[in-house]
Design a binder for this molecule. Structure first.
Ligand code: PEP
Ligand code: MN
Length: 358
């Protein structure tokens, strides 16, 4: 993927990029009231509002469509915000371009469908507009990358990914599980791709937003998209998770910013020293693993000689129990140790199996 960095299409300040605005554009009055308060925060780079709302069930507020694009132009003129809207098909995209929307985003329900993403990409051929792609509803990194690639193949280089969490069945703490390892893997694969976190759709309620936003910053994400409505209690969609601009301002002011690197020599030296220690411990760990492998090979050969099965349930239960107990005693997470034991056991069985069947 050829990707332009975020600051080629949005001003990056010392603070994280902040995208804010209501879940849905409901009326010109609602947009003006919200934009006015957001403007006062002096921290919002991009004003968001859904114009077509993909709703799970019919008869919910589905957005005001083209009419709302006109309102958003008023907001742009009156408050000087750049505007972003969600597009889900070719027609939405054509209309958004016609009304001079500054940045497009593709929603989670659209990213899952390569046909829809491709039809949006086709409209964007030869157009120079930034596009942000939300992760698909379910935890499929390839599908997320695929959508970014389809847009990128149309010549769009001003790309960003939006992490909005992943649906899991049943009641959970989050509306959408963050599964942080997925955006981290995306960052590892495409280091130049800006990633913006959407704590609103991860949280699903007002209370969790600040901790999710802080975690996103701790992981080095490039910005936040947070839903804000001048009066959330009367919002026509996502009322539970929208913050008033005032609450948003308070939340942002409490976030702790972390730098990707330090320029302070003493900090760099101390970190290098600690990393050296980790390198040494990892080397020790691998040496211990080597020792363990030798013993497993001996056990495997002995079992073969005496025609004993590889898997011994009582022994396995004993390993799990005693290791968890020791972990607890030493202040290491028993859950973590159990996962490591599972991996060790799998490897032990693999080694013994190949020995027995030689
Ligand atoms: C939204 O941003 O309002 C929205 C519909 O989000 P998502 O696509 O993440 O569900
Ligand atoms: Mn929403």
């Amino acid at each position: 993927m050829k990707i332009a960095s975020l600051n080629t299409w949005l001003p990056l300040t010392a603070e994280p990029l902040l995208i804010a605005g209501p879940c849905g554009a409901e009326s010109l009055e609602q947009l003006v009231a919200t934009a006015k308060d957001l403007k006062e925060l002096n921290k919002v780079s991009l004003f968001r509002a859904g114009v077509w709302k993909p709703r799970t069930r019919p008869n919910a507020f589905e957005g005001k469509g083209e009419e709302a694009l006109k309102w958003l132009n008023e907001i742009k003129k009156e408050f000087g915000f750049k505007i972003t809207v969600e597009v889900a098909n070719a027609q939405h995209t054509e209309l958004a371009l016609k009304y001079g929307i500054d940045v497009l985003w593709i929603g989670a329900r659209t990213t899952v469908n390569p046909f829809s993403v491709q039809e949006i990409a086709d409209v964007l051929k030869g157009v120079d507009i930034p596009v942000m792609v939300k992760n698909p509803i379910h935890a499929d990194l390839q599908l997320w990358i695929g959508a970014l690639e389809r847009i990128n193949n149309s010549g769009i280089k001003k790309l960003a990914a939006i992490h909005r969490g992943f649906h899991v069945y049943g009641k959970t703490k989050y509306r959408n599980e963050p599964m942080w390892q997925i955006p981290i893997e995306l960052r590892t694969l495409f280091p130049g791709l800006p990633i913006i976190c959407d704590p609103s759709h991860i949280s699903g309620n007002k209370e969790l937003i600040s901790s999710v936003a802080q975690k996103a910053l701790d992981l080095g994400m490039n910005g936040l998209m947070i839903e804000s409505h001048h009066n959330p209690s009367i919002a026509l969609s996502d009322a539970e998770q929208q913050l008033t601009p005032k609450n948003l301002g308070e939340l942002i002011s409490k976030l702790i910013l972390r730098k990707p690197i330090s320029i302070d020599d003493s900090v760099i030296d101390k970190l290098a020293e600690l990393r050296n220690s980790i390198d040494e411990v990892d080397e020790e760990l691998i040496n211990v693993l080597k020792k363990r492998t030798h013993i497993i090979e001996e056990i495997g050969a002995y079992k073969k000689e005496h025609n004993i099965t590889i898997f011994q349930l009582e022994r396995w239960q004993e390993i799990l129990r005693t290791r968890a107990q020791l972990a607890q005693k030493l202040g290491v997470s028993p859950n973590h140790v159990e996962k490591i034991c599972q991996l060790l056991h799998e490897e032990s069985i693999r080694i013994q199996n190949s020995l027995m069947n030689k």
